[in-house]
Design a protein around this ligand. Sequence first.
Ligand SMILES: Nc1nc2c(ncn2[C@@H]2O[C@H](COP(=O)(O)OP(=O)(O)O)[C@@H](O)[C@H]2O)c(=O)[nH]1
Ligand SMILES: [Mg+2]
Ligand SMILES: [Zn+2]
Length: 304
Amino acid sequence: MREGTVIKSTGSRYRVLDDAGTVHDCTIKGRFRTRGIRTTNPVAVGDRVTIDEHDGVICALTPRLNYIIRRASNLSKESQIIAANIDQAFLMVTLKMPSTPVEFIDRFLASAEAYRIPVSLVINKSDLYGAEEMEMALRVKGVYEKVGYPGYIISVTEGINIDQIKEALKGKVTLISGNSGVGKSSLLNRLNPSLSLRTDDISEFHEQGKHVTTFPEMHPLPGGGYVIDTPGIRGFGVIDFDRNEIYHFFPEIFRQSSGCRFYNCRHLSEPDCAVRSAVTSGEIEQWRYKSYVSMMLGENPKYR
Ligand SMILES: Nc1nc2c(ncn2[C@@H]2O[C@H](COP(=O)(O)OP(=O)(O)O)[C@@H](O)[C@H]2O)c(=O)[nH]1
Ligand SMILES: [Mg+2]
Ligand SMILES: [Zn+2]
């Protein structure tokens, strides 16, 4: 028997890195259930497991510190566990080629708050930015840092501020997220050149509308720690996301809400709403509030 971490899961087969550094290809024996949800995969990347290395089976699953899920498909009641035991997430965005909508950022951050996973914002492709775009990048970084999310402005291809990223990844399990084309694979290749992941993956981009099954993978970093790559997964779902709780997942809105006249203020059109006052005064960023309202109204924007 050995203890290890699942570093790859393809539905029925699992790759486990044991604590002595040996990789095992395993299947599952027995039943593993996740309380509260129906899952398509009982074991996920990041899971701590006990294996029988002679039979190549996973025989026990250690309770998770956290995990993130998404719906297996649009119609499905089943969920896919994307990853487990995550220390932090890096949301990679770009202001140009492609341009990431701030609402995408805010929805991601709200989901991560619901999971209590700390997020840093990584603004990539700074080499492409002119003076105006750089100003915008600094503004975006400032807005999110004020809320509590560290920000980095980097260029993977030019190697700008990559040291800051390496430092922030050291010794941690980090989920790398972001829409297609922002440079996630390029960053991982730069951090660990032995990976040679495909970049500019056109097929991945085109297949996003279809229900292609993609399998997250966990990669060790030379400086210690792991990154979890989630190809084709742009956001994640949240279990039991109650609309009246959405304001809990916007930290600056939550902080202001104690000043509202009504304890059950939704911060939409109620009188004496401290949140809306803070938007008017500029204390809360307009676009953050707009994202909040959009989520409250149940809008469901599609992003590429
Ligand atoms: N100019 C510029 N291009 C970049 C940078 N990082 C990545 N790219 C390019 O952006 C494209 C998409 O990168 P990729 O790593 O495949 O993005 P992913 O879809 O997020 O994995 C590729 O053509 C990369 O060469 C950067 O810092 N600056
Ligand atoms: Mg990629
Ligand atoms: Zn209010």
